[in-house]
Design a protein around this ligand. Structure first.
Ligand code: NAD
Length: 264
């Protein structure tokens, strides 16, 4: 593979296991020559993340729960001590209570709304605040979003509202940080069977629907999201910021069910 990320050092947040989108991005960045650091959320995931980090010769920067500002500070302090600077950061973090990801959006509670919004949207801004200080030679920040931000998708509910806010925050962050040559973008990935996705009601139906109706007539993989991430994180996209880039086999451009789609 072309070494598009030679000499770049980046932090990958949100690896839970080897099906995580963050893992697909990490593998692609490593293949393109980048040096990586990982965080994990709590001891249960530490056991999963450490061997994965070893596979890519990555530095484990520590535990990070984005609801705990001290853990975020500690991770960025560890990165500063190890590397002194940072070239890119990948934010693959989202959360909504499972009960909110089925049924009606209108029933969302205030508590779950705030929690989903904080973890799935504000945390990217909290990461940007800390990463900015280490991106002394410019940089690239990337987050993950979903089509449920743009259109109503079954069961996505409060997460759709949080993703809309996340996409808007990408644009505001791009403006704030652009003068320092720090770029901020998002990938809007098609549905992929991960731990987080398993909480969404009827997820298998959604996968099939996308497979039958996207222009490429299939769903996407974490490896494909990873390769697109390399473009957004490398200098090849140096003229691109504030963008939401769809990696969804083209699903977002389609207006209705494909004529050849089987009934499901
Ligand atoms: P995943 O379960 O592998 O990853 C989700 C990660 O979020 C986990 O590593 C988890 O530890 C982390 N997380 C949750 N709450 C956290 C907190 N309080 N502090 C720190 N970390 C926390 O699932 P994934 O599908 O790879 O999700 C990654 C991102 O991709 C999410 O933003 C998700 O919304 C987005 N996305 C997923 C899909 C899909 O279909 N899987 C599609 C589009 C976008």
């Amino acid at each position: 593979k072309p070494q598009m990320m030679n000499g770049k050092r980046g932090l990958i947040m949100g690896v839970a296991n080897n099906r995580s989108i963050a893992w697909g991005i990490a593998k692609a960045c490593k293949d393109a020559g980048a040096e990586l650091a990982f965080t994990y959320q709590g001891d249960a995931l530490k056991k999963r993340v450490e061997p994965l980090a070893d596979q890519l010769d990555a530095f484990v920067a520590g535990h990070c729960d984005v609801t705990d500002a001290e853990s975020l500070d500690a991770v960025f302090a560890a990165i500063e001590e190890k590397w002194g600077k940072l070239d890119f950061v990948v934010h693959c973090i989202a959360y909504a209570d499972k009960d909110e990801l089925t049924g009606r959006y209108v029933d969302t509670t205030a508590e779950n709304f705030s929690k989903s919004m904080f973890i799935s949207c504000y945390s990217f801004t909290a990461v940007a605040q800390r990463a900015e200080k280490l991106m002394t030679e410019g940089g690239s920040m990337l987050t993950l979003t979903y089509y449920g931000a743009e259109k109503v998708m079954p069961h996505y509910n409060v997460m759709g509202v949080a993703k809309s806010a996340l996409e808007t925050s990408v644009r505001y962050l791009a403006e704030d940080l652009g003068k320092q040559n720090i770029r901020v973008n998002a990938i809007s990935a098609g549905p992929i069977k991960t731990l987080a996705a398993s909480g969404i009601g009827d997820f298998r139906y959604i996968l099939k629907w996308n497979e039958y109706n996207s222009p490429l007539r299939r769903v996407v993989t974490i490896e494909e999201v990873g390769d697109s991430a390399v473009y957004l994180l490398s200098d090849y996209s140096r003229g691109v910021t504030g963008e939401v880039h769809h990696v969804d086999a083209g699903y977002n451009v389609v207006g209705m069910k494909a004529v050849d789609a089987p009934d499901i």
